[in-house]
Structure formats: structure tokens, C-alpha cells
Design a protein around this ligand. Sequence first.
Ligand code: SF4
Length: 381
Amino acid sequence: MQALKDADGRVGVGFLDDRISRREFLKFCGRIAVLLGLSETFIPQIAEAIEKTVKNRRPSVIWLEFQDCAGNTESFTRANSPSVGQAVLESISLDYHETLMAAAGHRAEKAREIALEENKGKVIVVVEGSIPTKDNGVYCCIGGKTALQIIKEVEPYALVFVAVGTCAAFGGLPKANPNPTGAVAVEDVVRSKPVINVPGCPANPDVLMGILVHYLVFGRLPDLDAQKRPLFAYGKRIHDTCERRPHFDAGQYVLSFDDYGARQGYCLYKVGCKGPETYNICASWRWNLGASWPVKAGHPCLGCSEKDFWDRFTPFYERIPLISGFGVEGRADQWGKVAVGLAGAGIIGHAIYTGLVRKAEKKAEEIAEQEEKQASESSEG
Ligand code: SF4
């Protein structure tokens, strides 16, 4: 465990045993630039912004967990690129996180109070889980306070609320019919501060990293869509970037999970895929350094990053009847017959990202080599 201190002696959270190399760090900056839709020329700027933040005062982050499964915490801490986890976690001061912090009970609550007082108006508040409102919110209490009370207490100190995961962003599973606890989303209770939604079950950790880096580099939040989701990650429909899309267009569908189509990697629409109604970066950016995502592994998209997906998209293994967004509406049975050759766009989504990431990493290598050369020349001089 590595603990780095900033100018004020505040300890950052390093989950890894060793510092990453300069080369790895620059490659991370390259990948984040691609994720944010920036050109590789931004690599030095991103690196400088993160380094400056680590050396100076890290932004204070308070991570609140309410009605959740801690899946987003798991996702965030298991970002499998060492550089991603370390570079970003060391650029923030994670002052309160029940699951990760060593302190417990009143000491933990005190740590939150101190962090709030010391960073008034500048605290990045990450919320995981929905907020129960029924019966005065008694269904989720921490340190004798309801989730609702904690949100209201924290709100004046916050710079922004980041609702991570579908429960915090849209209410998620706790809000599903019949919603026994009166669960609501963060944006339903926060009135005076901006809210950014990062839905997903769990959210992709790289997206959260992207938001933090965007804030460090530009001093502002990324552009959002109508549902307050960052456009760089939620601007495209999964169906339009899915590698199985050519099969959809050709009318080739999996009909059961052990049939010929399943073995051939055919489209999963008829076994319940909600990709045509879901906006997220899963198909193009993927998970675990671009290794895979549920549809690639053979499971239909459940639409987990959409509002009320538990109510709208269940039963999960039955197909949604209509496909929208093509300029025409049609049932999948007919669609395959007319759409052959129209899209083929599926594979391009991930392929483009892969190409851009490789290019950015190559550029990062060049920058690192240049820096090494300059360092060795100046030491010889
Ligand atoms: S329906 Fe699902 S599996 Fe088929 S192309 Fe669309 S996103 Fe991919």
C-alpha cells in the first residue's frame, strides 16, 4: 500500500505496491484522452494537470453509500489497469468512504465532518445507492442519520454530486415497483448543486476516472446529455457500436443459449438484448482494458444504465418488441430482411477505439523517450 502526501500532508489512496513508471503514466494519459474524445496532443496537458494536483492540494472526495450493493466501489477499486487506479486515486483525497477507510463508527463520521469544513464548496461528493424517503427515510441510517439527512448536510459543502451506478443515478433496483422504501435518485433530492449521473450496474470505472481527469484538466465537468450523463460515455447507443450488429442486420439471431447461432456469435436480440434501447460505452470501450463486455461473452445487454430498467426491461430474457432510431420502426423478424448492408457499423465501434488507444499509447511512448533523452542530455551536460 502506498500513501503519498500532498502539500498539506493529506494522504492519498494508493492501492498498489509500486509507483507506476513515467511511461505507464503517460500511456494512461493517452488512454484517458481517447476516452474523453480528445486528440493525443492533450497527453502532456493531462499528465501535467494530474501531476500538479498530486503535488498541490488534491480535491477532496467524499464517497457516500446508501441503498446499494457496493458494486460500484468494487468496480472502481478493481479497475484492472494499475496506472488508471493509481494515477487517479493519488490525484484525489478520498476523505471518506465507509467501505475503504480504516476508521469506523464515530471516528469515520468525524473524518467526514472535518473534510467538509476544510473544503467548503469544493468537495466532490460521490454517491452510490439510492435514497429512501418513505417513513422519513428510516430504511437507510448511518451514524444515527438517514441518508436523506446526510445528503442535506453535505449539500452546502459540495462542488458537485456524482451519482455513480444506476441506483444513485436513477433509483435502480430499490426504486423498482413496488419501491417499498420510497427510493429516489440523487438528483431528486439535491437542489442547489450540479449532479452528474454515471449509471450502470455497475458503472464502468474508466468513465468515473474520465470525469475526474476532465475536471482536473479543464476545471469543469464534461458535457452532459438530457439525463445528466457525460456525453463522452453515453452519447452512443450500444446497438450502434456492438460487434454482433452485422448479424442483427443480416437477420441472424440466437434463439436459445445453446444453439448454433449462439456458437456462431449471432445477435442476442431475440433472447432479450436491450442494446437497441441502451446508451453506454460498453460495446466500444469495453471493460478490463478493452478485453470484453457482457454481449461479447454471450449474454444479452440488460439495459442496466437506463432509467427504470428493472421495470421497463423485465423479463430480461424476452425481446423488446420495437426497434427505434433507424428512421423506421420494425420488428426484428422483418428488420433483418431489409437492413443487410446498411450498418456493418458494429465492429467499427471497438475497432476505432482500439486503433485510437494504440496510436495514443505510441505517442505516449514517444513523449517518454523524448523526456528520457532530454534528461540524459542534461545530466551529461
Ligand atoms: S440487439 Fe444486442 S447483440 Fe444484437 S446487435 Fe444490438 S446490441 Fe448487439
